[in-house]
Design a protein around this ligand. Structure first.
Ligand SMILES: *[C@@H]1O[C@H](CO)[C@@H](O)[C@H](O)[C@H]1NC(C)=O
Ligand SMILES: *[C@@H]1O[C@H](CO)[C@@H](O)[C@H](O)[C@H]1NC(C)=O
Ligand SMILES: *[C@@H]1O[C@H](CO)[C@@H](O)[C@H](O)[C@H]1NC(C)=O
Ligand SMILES: *[C@@H]1O[C@H](CO)[C@@H](O)[C@H](O)[C@H]1NC(C)=O
Ligand SMILES: *[C@@H]1O[C@H](CO)[C@@H](O)[C@H](O)[C@H]1NC(C)=O
Length: 283
């Protein structure tokens, strides 16, 4: 039994160790933190960690950003959008959880890409024979690139959430370069990454069912992250996405949805034996 330790068991053990360590740190923290998640514009990256034993509602919004979590996923300097003051603490807490999921899912993709290169079957499935530099750069920039033009808001400035309460998760605010609005449906409908493979196959449910992957996608509606549209939604249909990889790899590495399937495919295979991609011909 003991000899069946897999890398994912090790990862899980490390993760549990991290959590244990983090809670110890929290208990021992010296309350020197003075910043708080105020209701005005704020960014998780610029806020000190919450003081220990002071789990006010405000501080709870920062719980996903506990000490060590960036390093654990191998990111030295992840960057985040600002919050508009319309995102209350509850909204921020949920979005922060999704942001950490984005860091996690992207870290698996980065590590697999660097370890296995372009001959990897998962890489070939979604990016064909494209050189890896675009993919490596997009993943790195999405997590650690400058995001000073980005604003997350929660006040439905265009009324799209109110008009589409059962179908809109969020939207890019028209006539802005960097504003994304979250609808309440995002919080109730999108799943944590830990649910991967338990909601159906990736082909059945689509990668953006998972909040962290959905956020990765939302970034590309914003000019600063898409590099003014260099990365775009050229096609969202699975058949077309697969065809891009096979016949038009130059565009596969510029198409948002190729990234989303790649992230989900890599992650599922890493955490669940055999993954759960599903039947590619079914669609
Ligand atoms: C607890 O946190 C809140 C909000 O960050 C802060 O206003 C308050 O002063 C803190 N209390 C203590 C005892 O540190
Ligand atoms: C924050 O807003 C959401 C709606 O987006 C609401 O359900 C929630 O109760 C609000 N939380 C607080 C603390 O006001
Ligand atoms: C590299 O690919 C193999 C399968 O060919 C996989 O088992 C391994 O986990 C991959 N490496 C990483 C770091 O994902
Ligand atoms: C965006 O700008 C266009 C052109 O100025 C205008 O017609 C439109 O009403 C604006 N839309 C919103 C939602 O502000
Ligand atoms: C590749 O895909 C892009 C975007 O859909 C399209 O504009 C272009 O014509 C395609 N190129 C080829 C050779 O199919």
């Amino acid at each position: 039994m003991m000899n069946s330790i897999t890398s994912s068991n090790i990862l899980l053990t490390l993760y549990l160790a991290l959590i244990a360590q983090a809670s110890i740190v929290v208990k021992r923290a010296d309350s020197s933190s003075t910043s708080s998640a105020s209701s005005t514009s704020s960014s998780p990256a610029t806020i000190s960690k919450p003081a220990s034993a002071n789990l006010t509602t405000e501080n709870q919004a920062l719980a996903p950003f506990q000490d060590g979590v960036f390093e654990f996923f191998g990111w030295t300097n992840p960057t985040f959008p600002q919050y508009h003051n319309s995102c209350n603490i509850t909204n921020q807490r949920m979005i922060n959880g999704a942001l950490i999921d984005t860091l996690e899912v992207s870290s698996f993709a980065r590590d697999r890409l660097l370890a296995n290169g372009t001959s990897d079957e998962i890489y070939k499935r979604w990016f064909g024979d494209a050189p890896l530099f675009t993919v490596a750069g997009v993943i790195e920039n999405t997590i650690q690139g400058v995001k000073d033009d980005l604003l997350f808001r929660c006040d439905d400035p265009q009324g799209g959430c109110a008009a589409n309460p059962t179908s809109w998760w969020g939207y890019h605010v028209l006539n802005t370069t960097g504003e994304t609005n979250f609808c309440d449906l995002f919080y109730s409908g999108k799943k944590p990454l830990t649910h991967i493979c338990f909601e159906g196959t990736i082909v059945e449910v689509g990668p953006t069912l998972y909040a962290g992957i959905d956020l990765f996608h939302r970034y590309f509606h914003l000019d600063q992250m898409s590099s003014e549209g260099y990365i775009g939604e050229y096609t969202e249909e699975l058949d077309d996405i697969l065809a891009l990889a096979q016949n038009n790899a130059t565009y596969a590495v510029r198409n948002v949805d190729n990234y989303l399937y790649y992230l989900a495919d890599v992650y599922a295979e890493a955490v669940i034996p055999g993954g759960c991609l599903g039947d590619l011909s079914e669609n």
